[in-house]
Design a protein around this ligand. Structure first.
Ligand SMILES: [Zn+2]
Length: 461
């Protein structure tokens, strides 16, 4: 099967065709570094990671660019409140963000450009838009994009522009559909910006948020590139404006495939601080939640479906991961003598996994196939070391996409392994007293053995 995505641009599921054979240019809107990112943000970032890992699995050479928005309305306000320079304030949250990505086992993008380091490129793009008469200087000294000059402005976001008021302008970075208007590319300095400004050919001021992504994506990926992702809340105005700016400046199609991730709710309700269901990743870690279980929960619902994120869901995800990790332990300790046809099991498992992922990254189906595979292999008796190694290889390949199997493995000594085998044999013979004695013995040696529906799991204390 060929890889297909739902493309917001065409509102259809489409076969993916890269511009340059074997390579993918991929831009992901990154965080605004004014606070800790919350789990709603991380749903998108985990999806971005799943996508990049799957593209790599499909042998594409991926160049992912994820920006850090370190100058906009929110960062300026935040730094003033914290009484820090904009740089000190945003550096701090950028550092936390990168730490959080690592905690969630999210691979680093190839390039993470900061907006303040690319003001020159933004100024240049705005100048081009001025020269082409698509942008104009307002009487407040700011420079605005004239939406009526854009080809099909609003089409991407599905807006009806009949009620658009000519000459209406908006200078905020974020606004809603009711306020479609000419938007600010460059904001002339005013006292609210304090010491945040650049002296440029456009005057004293700072860039608007939307131009940041247009200028940086073009710089690193060219005028037209393959994939652009983001949360669905960015479709309007942010992505609509990115398209208008970039296509206005270059005269070329901006992006071939737009992929948007649906939002999440927490415990059945919209996440909000007042409801007490607002969580950053750090809040969950403080509650003792396992980061890989959080990753698993965030990625296991299809990206176009709303995800109901719950504490029970994290615990269930944790159990699913334990099944996978115990499966790996079982494989690493396999030493049987039976000959099984594991090659065909492995091949089929990979094919099913790929078919599901190729179909618009249908992760629920893909995961179901992985667990079917685990069940099938578990049902084989006396797996040989050689066969187990083949299964391990398949699991590692699949996990290069999922990124959820923990590297840590429980190595059992010969003596410990014998005790585990003896205990399982006793249990099988319904000699529960003996099974319990052996389990207690293992526990004395620091090994926790717990029975599960499909076998048992082992942990070291
Ligand atoms: Zn963006």
């Amino acid at each position: 099967m060929t890889l297909k995505f739902h493309n917001t641009l065409t509102k259809k599921k489409e076969e993916f065709k890269e511009i340059e054979k074997g390579k993918v240019g991929y831009y992901a809107c990154g965080p605004t570094v004014y606070d800790y990112a919350h789990i709603g943000n991380f749903r998108t970032f985990v999806f971005n990671d799943l996508l990049r890992r799957y593209l790599k699995y499909k042998k594409y050479e991926v160049k992912e660019v994820m920006n850090l928005t370190d100058v906009d309305d929110k960062t300026i306000k935040g730094s003033q409140k914290a009484n820090l320079s904009l740089k000190d304030f945003t550096d701090k949250f950028a550092k936390y963000f990168v730490e959080d990505l690592k905690t969630l086992n999210i691979e680093m993008p190839e390039i993470m450009p900061s907006a303040v380091a690319h003001v020159k490129e933004m100024v240049k793009m705005i100048q081009t838009l001025l020269e082409k008469d698509i942008a104009y200087k307002g009487d407040d000294g700011s420079i605005y994009y004239s939406v009526e000059k854009a080809k099909d402005y609003g089409k991407f976001a599905g807006l009806d522009l009949e009620n658009l008021k000519a000459g209406a302008r908006v200078s905020h970075d974020e606004y809603d559909k009711e306020n479609v208007a000419d938007f600010a590319l460059w904001k002339a300095w005013d006292k609210d910006d304090g010491d945040v400004y650049w002296e440029t050919d456009l005057g004293k001021g700072r860039p608007g948020w939307h131009i940041e992504c247009s200028a940086m994506s073009t710089k690193y990926l060219g005028s037209t590139f393959d994939i652009h992702t983001g949360g669905e809340d960015l479709i309007f105005p942010h992505h609509q404006n990115e398209i208008a700016q970039s296509e206005g400046a270059t005269g070329k199609k901006f992006v071939n495939y737009w992929i948007h991730v649906s939002h999440l709710i927490v415990e059945g309700k919209k996440m909000s601080k007042s409801l007490g269901n607002f969580f950053t990743l750090r809040d969950l870690l403080e509650k003792g939640k396992d980061p890989l279980a959080i990753r698993y929960l965030l990625l296991s619902t299809h990206y176009r479906q709303q995800l109901n994120f719950t504490m029970d869901g994290i615990d269930a995800a944790h159990n699913s991961l334990e099944r996978l990790n115990n499966f790996m332990i079982m494989l690493r300790n396999a030493n049987g003598d039976s000959k099984q046809n594991v090659d065909s099991f492995c091949e089929l498992a990979k094919k099913k996994f790929e078919d599901a992922m190729d179909d618009d990254l249908s992760i629920s189906d893909a995961l179901a196939h992985v667990f079917d595979f685990v069940r099938e292999i578990n049902s084989l008796e006396n797996l040989s070391k050689n066969d187990a190694l083949k299964v391990i290889k398949t699991m590692i390949e699949i996990d290069s996409v999922l990124g959820v199997i923990s590297a840590e493995e429980v190595q059992l000594s010969e003596e410990e392994k014998e005790l585990v085998d003896e205990r399982q044999a006793a249990r099988k013979n319904k000699d529960y007293a003996k099974a319990d004695t052996l389990r207690a013995l293992l526990e004395e040696k620091g090994i926790l053995l717990e029975d599960t529906i499909d076998g048992f799991r082992i942990k070291r204390k």
